[in-house]
Ligand binder design. Structure first.
Ligand SMILES: NC(=O)c1ccc[n+]([C@@H]2O[C@H](COP(=O)([O-])OP(=O)(O)OC[C@H]3O[C@@H](n4cnc5c(N)ncnc54)[C@H](O)[C@@H]3O)[C@@H](O)[C@H]2O)c1
Ligand SMILES: [Zn+2]
Ligand SMILES: [Zn+2]
Length: 364
């Protein structure tokens, strides 16, 4: 089969690799029909995630059809279309029993495209299938469920739920990339009062309005703290969601927050940030952080099936899976291409496949 293989910092290629085989009774082999690229894949390509080694197939978001299953798999059958989540769950360890699959110590957690081969491939092996893949309702397209593999549960769990967003709250979302936008989308499920989106890029702020933000602040020219204070009568936001992953934005979140407020850090940080305990201690601020567990995936899937949540606006570009190299370039140049999520579609092989450019298009 073909797959997108990591060969060390800056190096990736779409190349021939051996087909994956069942290795344990709980495994399934999935023929990938849709996959996508995450900001974390770009972190890996920068060399920021040393656990990913030369030869690893990348990708931790996918939808596909089960083509083989191990003897122990009972909840999915060959032929089932399934969502493969970024997090797998052994279901047996103490953390999985608490629903904290991201912390799995039984062989699951974030393993796909990290510790084992991932989903930017024609086929993939998924361990612990019974507790790690989700059957896709027939009426939903791949694209409607694909973003449940990562960005929607991440933003909802690590941002909105951990941040304790309540009805009527002023929620400041710092960073309006796919994660920040998904935080805006899922914060709205809680009927907040005002959602303030803060970003440096005008294009991202425009998107934030389209995704449901009420107010935007351009952090490159405006004083975000002063603006939020003005909006909240000098108190600060009830919840600040950090969706960038750099020290400045974490520190900004702690400055935006009202006394007794909550900072939910979603960003993946590569450098230390300063925690100003000398000013924060007396303000009863709560700070949370974490890796997504994906324990809300069934709930979010139901909301999509019920028409209460529409993830399609995240899909700004589409490429055949075989054009994944070009898709990475488009995704990595989001400032120029305005890309949010780039969908990789593995259609049955066409004899006269159109050029990737002909398929790429910006929606919305
Ligand atoms: N915790 C988890 O489980 C988890 C899961 C997935 C992704 N993440 C992380 O979430 C973060 C966001 O992901 P993404 O895909 O949306 O990233 P992204 O790079 O697409 O978006 C980040 C946004 O932040 C903006 N930004 C940069 N500097 C800023 C500043 N100083 N002030 C305001 N805005 C600024 C950028 O313009 C961009 O729009 C990343 O760090 C990613 O690794 C965490
Ligand atoms: Zn991811
Ligand atoms: Zn576990």
């Amino acid at each position: 089969m073909k797959a997108l293989v990591y060969h060390g910092p800056g190096l990736r290629s779409w190349e021939d690799v051996p087909d994956p085989e069942l290795q344990a009774d709980g495994d399934v082999i999935v023929k990938i029909s849709s996959s996508t690229i995450c900001g974390t894949d770009l972190h890996i390509l920068k060399g920021d995630v040393p656990a990913v080694t030369d030869g690893r197939i990348l990708g931790h978001e996918g939808v596909g059809t089960v083509v083989k299953k191990g003897a122990g798999v009972t909840t999915v059958a060959v032929g089932d279309r399934v969502l493969v989540s970024c997090i797998t769950s052994c279901a047996r360890c103490r953390f999985c029993k608490e629903g904290r699959y991201g912390l799995c110590i039984g062989g699951g957690g974030w393993i796909l495209g990290h510790l084992i081969d991932g989903l930017q491939a024609e086929y993939a092996r998924v361990p612990f299938a019974d507790t790690s893949v989700y059957k896709v309702p027939e009426e939903l397209s791949d694209e409607q469920v694909l973003f449940l593999a990562d960005i929607l549960p991440t933003a909802y769990e690590v941002g909105v739920i951990a941040g304790g967003v309540q009805t009527g709250d002023t929620v400041a979302v710092v960073g309006a990339g796919p994660i920040g936008l998904a935080a805006i989308m899922t914060a709205k499920l809680m009927t907040p009062g005002t959602i303030v989106a803060i970003d440096l890029a005008e294009s991202r702020l425009r998107r934030a309005l389209a995704f449901g933000a009420d107010i935007t602040i351009d952090n490159s020219s405006a004083d975000a703290v002063a603006k939020v204070m003005e909006l909240t009568g000098g108190l600060g936001a009830d919840v600040a969601i950090e969706a960038v992953g750099v020290p400045e934005t974490f520190e900004l979140c702690t400055e935006l927050i009202r006394p007794g407020g909550r900072v939910a850090n979603v960003g993946v940080h590569g450098h230390p940030a300063t925690l100003h305990l000398e000013t924060l201690w007396i303000r009863d601020v709560t700070i949370t952080m974490g890796l997504v567990d994906t324990n809300t995936t069934p709930r979010l899937l139901k909301l999509i099936a019920d028409g209460r949540l529409d993830p399609l606006p995240f899909a700004t570009h589409r490429y055949p899976l075989s054009s994944v190299m070009t898709a990475y370039d488009t995704f990595a140049a989001a400032a120029e291409t305005d890309a949010l999520k780039v969908v990789l579609e593995a259609e049955p092989v066409l004899l006269d496949a159109p050029e990737p450019e002909a398929l790429a298009g910006v929606a919305g």
